[in-house]
Design a protein around this ligand. Structure first.
Ligand code: HEC
Length: 173
């Protein structure tokens, strides 16, 4: 009997510890977990919100696209975005078009070259991502969620536009 009690106490303790560790690890993982495991289907065909060109190290040309929920909010100019909003940021090498040099006699036209700097998404779910302003952030590199681009860093920089619900881009008319 004594043995059984000792064993069950030990089992209880171990289970408790494992349970505790699993919860702690689970929370840490949730913060690090990519907001999406896969890129949303059909995102490449979403409407254009805006375009942008990054200089310096990033040196790319980019398009900001939105799903239906996003487009409705952007067109309304509400400045806040409901749950279900997904915004995609695609980027390509800022590439001089060789044929254009021939046509103009000097470098003139810069176009989208190879994909560059990953594909990024912001996903609105006020409850799920409460700790990062209601947005989940994820970057895909070669089609896989990035192991190094952490949501904390995304959120920190996007906090600059907290008054626009953490979204830099505005709907380009
Ligand atoms: C150092 C600042 C900075 C960091 C870090 C950053 N962003 Fe951004 N992000 C911007 C700026 C500025 C824009 C608007 C201009 C542009 O598209 O380049 C932008 C645009 C976006 C957009 C289009 C919507 C919008 O806000 O305009 C998405 C989606 C996005 N970023 C996702 C991410 C994700 C995901 C990460 C992290 C992996 C991230 N960003 C990290 C500055 C940042």
């Amino acid at each position: 009997m004594k043995q059984i009690i000792v064993v069950s106490l030990a089992v209880g303790l171990v289970t408790g510890l494992i349970g505790y560790n699993a919860t702690a690890a689970g929370e840490a993982d949730a913060a690090r977990m990519p907001a999406l495991a896969e890129m949303p289907g059909g995102y490449r065909d979403w409407p254009v919100i805006a375009v942008a060109h990054e200089e310096g190290k990033l040196n790319d040309i980019r398009a900001i696209l939105g799903n239906d929920v996003a487009m409705k909010a952007f067109r309304a100019g509400a400045g806040t975005y409901p749950d279900g909003t997904i915004i995609a940021r695609l980027a390509w090498d800022y590439h001089p078009l060789e044929e254009s040099r021939q046509a103009f006699g000097a470098p003139q036209s810069f176009v989208a070259g190879s994909p560059k700097n990953g594909v990024q998404f912001m996903i609105k779910d006020a409850k799920k991502y409460a700790s990062t302003g209601g947005w989940g952030y994820v970057e895909f590199d070669n089609g896989k969620p990035s192991a190094t681009a952490m949501p904390e860093a995304c959120f920190a920089c996007h906090s600059i536009v907290k008054n626009r619900d953490f979204v830099f881009s505005q709907y380009a008319p």
